[in-house]
Design a protein around this ligand. Sequence first.
Ligand SMILES: C[S@@+](CC[C@H](N)C(=O)[O-])C[C@H]1O[C@@H](n2cnc3c(N)ncnc32)[C@H](O)[C@@H]1O
Length: 188
Amino acid sequence: MVFLQIMCLFMLGIVCIGILAVSLIFIYLTVSAGFMHSSPAVPSHGKVKAAIIAEASSILKNKLPQTVMDLGSGWGTLLLPLAKEFPKHNFVGVERGFLPYWISVWRSRKLKNLIFLRQDFFETNISDADIIFVFLLNSTMSKLTAKIKNEMKSNSLVIANRFPMKDTQPYKEVNLGSKYYTYYVYKN
Ligand SMILES: C[S@@+](CC[C@H](N)C(=O)[O-])C[C@H]1O[C@@H](n2cnc3c(N)ncnc32)[C@H](O)[C@@H]1O
């Protein structure tokens, strides 16, 4: 009987260690690429996500084919619903995190107008983009602002969730209740 109890405890210990190991690997693969260097793979969510998607939808409606990019696309949260709704527009997600990237690729497998690139967006050509989404920490936004100003074409738009572009006046600021639920729209 005692032997059986010890065996049960031993097995339980093994299971707990297994769960802990899998969780740690998951957390590492999820946040490491972003978190260690800049922004973790936290998706846009709730009312901000809905408002940004609505904002982009109103811009894309009745427009000739546009290119929409998400720099640091995470799990594909913004691009997947838009790519489904607007099959004639092109959507590109750029994500360097291993797990968010591969999950995005899997989730978009049936969409012909959405691709994900696994790369550092500072190395990405953004000159074709008509609209860019960003949800990145201030430290990254400072660096990225220069790239956006140098490379994006005129009349293109940037929609920034929560963290604004550096030293740049948005033409629209939407506050949905607090600074945590705010997004900014910029025109180049
Ligand atoms: C806060 S999440 C935003 C996800 C998505 N844009 C959204 O709004 O749901 C930021 C993502 O940017 C990615 N990221 C941060 N710096 C990056 C870089 N230099 N190149 C590519 N991806 C980056 C992180 O891995 C993370 O998944």
